[in-house]
Design a protein around this ligand. Structure first.
Ligand code: BGC
Length: 764
């Protein structure tokens, strides 16, 4: 039966191909490398493609936002009909303006959409896409995990994969098969409002975490009922804006782009990510959306990306209105499609369809380009099994919002929270003590979740997650309301009652000072100053006058400068944006029921104008190592806390760094081992981090760079031997000619402060 139907499709394809491919362009398509009829999905794609009209093809390349289909906040059938029957659109994105629907409501909405696509000639299902970036964050009742920056701080890719599996399951339970995640940006400036959507400043850590998320979303087969297609974004250089403001230009030398930004995408592409979203930014004056070299030659060519490329929000329009590289919309559409864009996130109207249709009719965009784009999109639709299961039934997803998924979100939050300071072991504290919980983030689900939570900016988190604990509620729940005093003291931007906070603080044993940021993403999150806001500084300083122990809890997407008062804080806990279960995890750490094990995925700067990365790429060779207050010389490298840093309630010792060989050849790998012992009295987890330093190279080498890591758990007194294998590729860099090379000579391996040399031998 199976063979028969495949044969029929094959025959059908061959017959159709022979009548359809009558001009030169069509011959190109027929011989295109994708047209591999021995692959059953490709055969289906070819068969369908060959029957489609140009309008239908262009519709597949079009994505609109749900809002276009709404009238007064409700899905409007007339608008839906126009989208599907007139423009034949292939994709919709975004949540209804009212905020996150339940899975049942999603099912209803998408069944209405399906009713319409089923009335079309080809019945091609729509591919709905959503920003499910920390759980199925646009579905009411879904489990919300820490945002990516927090996931990176767990340094545990297996855990991240498990969390992402839940996101995939709950998104598919909502009938949505496609997510705009993971974010693989490499932010160079922590001021950027989307810093927290990334995995931080390191290439290797970001690559590993990206792959973990791609695997979690997609599994082995995206057609499975618990899987979705992932979208690696934003290709490329988006996180490198020079101003720190969202969607502003980047200057990135090709060599740097190749060595730092591209490898993160490369790993996710190798892991099979099905779609890639293009960066809204521009690099060296060229918007990425028109950069054929990057999209077609590098992404689809050199990196071998076989999925489809989607623009970011309205970015073809912006080529005309913002970047000014196209004088008309027609020119903008032509440039983007010819650069290699397969689908346009239009998202507000159908100008894209009209312009593209006319461009093809006039021979300005070849049909072969359209066919290539549609082929890529249809392939993913088939792989998602959308033709058979275009919507899902929430009843088939009994684990939606389950206790075990909530427990996983709690574990992820507790593994991410990073203890940055613990003077005189002030933490953990006793449950009998009395605490003042204060600060603007103390009683806010919005701050715990950040943006992309229920709505774009996440302003409805307190409403949607009202059954979850804020930090204040988690303290009250843990030790009883009578032991917890509360007043906010300040909001993020204004003073409220600092005097009251000081007054209440006199009656407690500890002050839990919750500072940080409000909810935001993208341009609404742009700031002019990385310093934490003035009212918060004032509150901290006023409370510091009381000589009570202060536990500073940071709840923020980016590292806001705390240098003015950090020295007065007894303990500092960085929570990032820990999601709906974050407050419970935090409180369990404060009381010692959980031993913290998160590590910073970025350098926490001490000064707003001193933003060096941990690898000190640009500062090693010049400048002072010592602060000199007489001359005003600043230390060249002086972060508040360094990348990879994070304390525990126990202590670890590193010994016996060893190699299986000290001299290696290019074809060899080297096994590096180290003994790690828990020298304290509590069980604890440690992230063993291997850095490598190239001593001399033809391009200034990094001071050190992360090559491997492993999170391990040790009982008190226990020692574990940890080993890592690296090879020539780990010793390579991009030279001035743009080639990946390794150069012979000495290297240092650095683990937990222990250093040992090895050497790459000259090839004779
Ligand atoms: C963002 C993307 C997001 C898209 C769809 C854009 O504004 O830059 O990251 O996936 O909107 O919501």
């Amino acid at each position: 039966m199976r063979i028969n139907s495949t044969l029929t499709i094959l025959l059908f394809t061959i017959i159709l191909s022979s009548c359809f491919f009558s001009n030169k362009e069509n011959v190109d398509i027929a011989s295109s490398e994708n047209d591999n009829v021995s692959d059953p999905i490709e055969a289906k794609v070819s068969a369908l493609l060959s029957t489609m009209t140009l309008e239908e093809k262009i519709g597949q390349m079009t994505q609109i936002t749900f809002e276009v289909l709404e009238t007064e906040g409700k899905l409007d059938t007339a608008k839906l009909k126009e989208a599907i029957h007139k423009y034949k659109i292939g994709s919709i994105l975004n949540t209804p303006t009212s905020g996150a629907p339940t899975p049942q409501e999603w099912n209803k909405i998408l069944s209405q959409v399906l009713d319409q696509t089923n009335q079309t000639d080809k019945k091609i299902p729509l591919m709905y896409g959503i920003d499910a970036i920390h759980g199925s964050s646009y579905t009411n009742g879904a489990v919300l995990f820490p945002q990516q920056i927090g996931l990176a701080a767990t340094w545990d890719p297996d855990l991240v994969e498990k969390c992402t599996e839940v996101s995939a399951y709950e998104t598919r339970a909502s009938s949505i098969p496609w997510v705009f995640s993971p974010d693989l940006d490499l932010p160079r400036n922590p001021v950027w409002s989307r810093f927290w959507e990334s995995f931080g400043e390191d290439v290797y850590l970001s690559s590993e975490m990206g792959v973990a998320m791609v695997r979690g979303f997609q599994g082995e087969d995206i057609g499975a009922m618990s899987k979705v297609a992932a979208c690696a974004k934003h290709f490329i250089g988006y996180g490198s804006n020079t101003t720190g403001k969202d969607r502003t230009p980047s200057i990135i030398p090709d060599r740097v782009l190749k060595q730092y930004d591209i490898p993160i995408f490369k790993k996710s592409i190798d892991a099979g990510v099905k779609s890639v979203m293009i960066s809204s930014g521009e690099i060296n004056g060229v918007p990425v959306h028109v950069n054929k070299k990057l999209i077609t030659n590098v992404l689809k060519g050199e990196l071998g990306f076989k999925g489809f490329v989607v623009t970011d929000w309205e970015d073809i329009v912006y080529l005309n209105t913002r970047h000014k590289v196209a004088a008309t919309m027609r020119e903008a559409v032509k440039k983007a499609v010819m650069a290699g864009v397969d689908m346009s996130m239009v998202p507000y109207n159908y100008v894209f369809c009209d312009e593209l249709l006319s461009l093809v009719h006039d021979g300005e965009v070849p049909l072969s380009r359209i066919n290539d784009a549609v082929r890529r999109i249809l392939r993913v639709k088939y792989e998602l099994d959308l033709f058979r299961t275009p919507v899902t039934d929430p009843k088939d997803y009994p684990d939606f919002g389950s206790d075990s998924s909530v427990a996983l979100a709690y574990i992820a939050a507790s593994e991410s929270i990073t203890l940055l300071k613990n003077e005189n072991n002030v933490l953990p504290i006793s449950k009998d003590s009395k605490v003042l919980v204060t600060g603007p983030t103390a009683n806010s689900m919005k701050s715990l979740n950040g943006g992309w939570s229920y709505t774009w900016q996440g302003e409805k988190s307190d409403e949607f997650a009202k059954d979850k604990f804020t930090v204040l509620e988690a303290f009250q729940n843990k030790i009883g309301e009578d032991r917890v005093l509360y007043t906010p003291g300040v909001s993020i931007f204004e003073e409220i009652d600092i005097a009251k906070a000081s007054l209440l603080a006199r009656n407690v044993d500890y002050i839990v000072l919750c500072l940080g940021e409000h909810n935001y993403t993208e341009t609404p999150g742009d700031i002019n100053d990385l310093n934490i806001t003035k009212p918060q500084i004032k509150l901290a300083k006023e409370l510091a006058k009381l000589n009570k122990p202060i536990i500073l809890v940071l709840n923020e997407g980016r590292p806001r400068i705390i240098n003015e008062f950090e020295v007065e804080m007894d303990a500092v806990l960085q929570c990032y944006l820990p999601g709906n279960e974050g407050a419970r995890a935090l409180v369990d750490i404060v009381y010692g029921d959980v031993n913290p094990s998160g590590k910073l995925p970025y350098n926490y700067p001490r000064y707003a104008n001193s933003l060096q990365k941990y690898n000190r790429k640009y500062t090693e060779s010049i400048g002072s190592e010592e602060q000199n207050d007489d001359t005003g010389y600043a230390k060249n490298y002086d972060p508040q806390y360094e990348f990879g840093y994070g304390l525990s309630y126990t202590t670890f010792e590193y010994r016996n760094l060893g190699f299986d060989k000290v001299f290696i050849k290019k074809k060899d790998s080297i096994k590096i081992t180290i003994d790690v012992q828990n020298t304290g009295v509590r069980k604890g987890k440690e992230v063993v981090q291997l850095y490598v330093r190239d001593m001399f190279a033809s391009v200034t080498p990094e001071v050190k760079v992360l090559k491997r890591f492993k999170k391990i758990e040790l009982q008190p007194g226990e020692t574990k031997k940890v080993s890592f294998v690296i090879d020539n590729r780990d010793l390579s860099f991009v030279d001035t000619e743009g080639n990946w090379v390794s150069e012979d000579g000495e290297f240092e391996a650095i683990i937990g402060g222990v250093v040992k040399k090895f050497a790459l031998e000259k090839e004779l």
